[in-house]
Design a protein around this ligand. Structure first.
Ligand SMILES: Cc1ncc(COP(=O)(O)O)c(C=O)c1O
Length: 463
């Protein structure tokens, strides 16, 4: 049985005349503040139940929710797929918490999302950082080199797991098949943060989903490209993995709310049902074709990044203008907002809700701006980005808990903070790296990057 059908049935069979003296206390929409009717709508409230008779329980599913998990498991060809109503963030936390304990080493590429760092703080897992490759012309991190993974696993037999982001924010994949083979050889788990790859299972992408390439676990945000509302997501365990699904369920139960949203669970189900249908697959194909047409129609002064196997991430740059300059015109004159811009480039995120007309309006605006700059021979330069991994002085978890006590901390300007131990996390997208984590020693590059990306000039450090 499906959640969507269960909710529809509830009203069709007149069960709403039964009295529910349970949470939530709006009594299935009997109470809705007027302003919220516009924001959430009557149907949202009508569908918002707790775990009443017949509605199962996400923490220990045995009825309709188990049916949905079984269906998701089949669609994604996994050992078990879990439904997340708390974003990929909760999937990343659960994956790390279920595989590693305090002091265990985990090999991690530094272009990870902040949820990965938070998972280390919660679990006590100790990161061994590696840097992904960096493309100076576009100011972006690209793939994590498999050789670098092998080198580190070989050097450090204590490492228990590897966690990587693939595809990246910009749609760039690492070679997960090769990395998975290396991880198997050394007996370590591979977790892939695939938050940006939720359409991969439903279209002709050049790269395959991580669990089908040998990763043990992948986590996908359905809200990023696949059209579900925030923050619907999935965690998959690969069929070939030795990970016990019950371990993941326990970790999820540790961090998740005990009142999961039925409208959001229905959204996960409805979104995946659609993507997996003939109509959904056609829609993904249409999206990819529209993006391809969009790129072909761009003015010669605009260059698209072609090194990403996920074309739904449109990364481009203009001859003679910085991303910031184009962004200003695009926002002010054309009312179009991009995901991000930097000195070199701009990123536009598309997804299942992006139709041909939307892309057409964007290409018209970009082409008009490009024509205005056609006379310019000023070439966009490459980035001067330079990042040197800060050295750790204290274990991350210990430093974090030490930083809770404000008496241990002082705030210093950049000049005085150099060489001191950070008491805070600073992260910026792009390029997505945690610039500094608690317990790391602030270096010159940390300061330069924090100033450049965050306008950050005051640093919390340990006294
Ligand atoms: C690479 C990556 N992983 C994980 C997340 C967290 O995803 P969510 O917002 O679904 O919790 C994000 C969010 O931006 C992300 O970019």
């Amino acid at each position: 049985m499906s959640i969507i059908r269960k909710i529809k049935d509830y009203y069709k069979r007149g069960l709403n005349s039964n009295l529910l003296f349970t949470t939530p206390s709006h009594s299935q929409g009997n109470f809705i503040p007027e302003d919220l009717k516009y924001v959430l709508g009557q149907n949202f409230y009508n569908s918002d139940f707790s775990e009443i008779e017949g509605f199962d329980n996400l923490r220990n599913p045995s009825g309709i929710i188990k049916d949905i998990l079984d269906k998701l498991t089949e669609v994604y060809k996994s050992k078990r797929t879990f439904l997340l109503t708390n974003g990929s963030t909760s999937g990343v936390l659960a994956a790390v918490l279920s595989l590693l304990k305090d002091g265990d080493l985990i090999l991690t590429a530094r272009n990870c999302h902040i949820s990965v760092c938070n998972a280390f703080i919660l679990s006590g897992a100790a990161p061994v950082w590696i840097m992904p490759e960096y493309n100076k012309q576009w100011d972006i991190y690209t793939q994590v080199n498999p050789e670098q993974i092998e080198l580190n696993l070989n050097k450090n037999p204590e490492i228990k797991a590897v966690v990587l982001t693939s595809p990246t924010y910009e749609g760039i994949f690492s070679d997960i098949s090769t990395i998975a083979q290396i991880c198997k050889k050394y007996g370590v788990f591979l977790i892939v943060d695939e938050a940006h790859g939720a359409l991969l299972n439903f279209g002709a992408f050049k790269s395959k989903p991580a669990i089908l390439c040998g990763a043990d676990i992948s986590i996908q945000s359905l809200h990023k490209t696949a059209g579900a509302p925030n923050p619907c997501a999935l965690l998959h365990i690969s069929k070939n993995s030795s990970i016990n699904p019950e371990t993941i369920q326990s970790a999820l139960n540790l961090i998740n709310t005990t009142s999961p949203s039925y409208p959001l669970m229905a959204a996960v189900e409805g979104t995946v049902d659609y993507l997996n249908s003939q109509a959904g697959r056609v829609a993904v194909e249409k999206l990819l074709n529209s993006i391809s047409d969009f790129k072909t129609g761009l003015n010669e002064n605009i260059t698209c990044y072609e090194g990403n196997n996920d074309p739904t991430k449109i990364l481009l740059k203009f001859k003679g203008k910085s991303g910031f300059e184009v962004s200003e015109v695009l926002n002010n004159k054309y009312n179009i907002e991009e995901e991000f811009s930097n000195n070199l480039s701009m990123l536009f995120i598309t997804g299942i809700g992006t139709d041909k007309d939307k892309l057409y309006r964007l290409s018209n605006a970009l082409n008009s701006i490009a024509k205005e700059t056609a006379d310019s021979d000023k070439l966009t330069s490459s980035s001067e980005f330079d990042y040197v991994l800060p050295k750790p002085a204290l274990p991350l978890r210990e430093a974090y808990f030490c930083s809770i006590n404000q008496e241990n901390i002082t705030k210093l300007n950049a000049k005085d903070a150099l060489g001191k131990i950070s008491a805070q996390t600073l992260t910026a997208y792009p390029p997505g790296i945690p610039i500094i984590m608690p317990g790391e020693i602030i270096n010159t590059q940390t300061i330069a990057l924090a100033e450049k990306l965050l306008n950050h000039t005051v640093f919390a450090v340990f006294k």
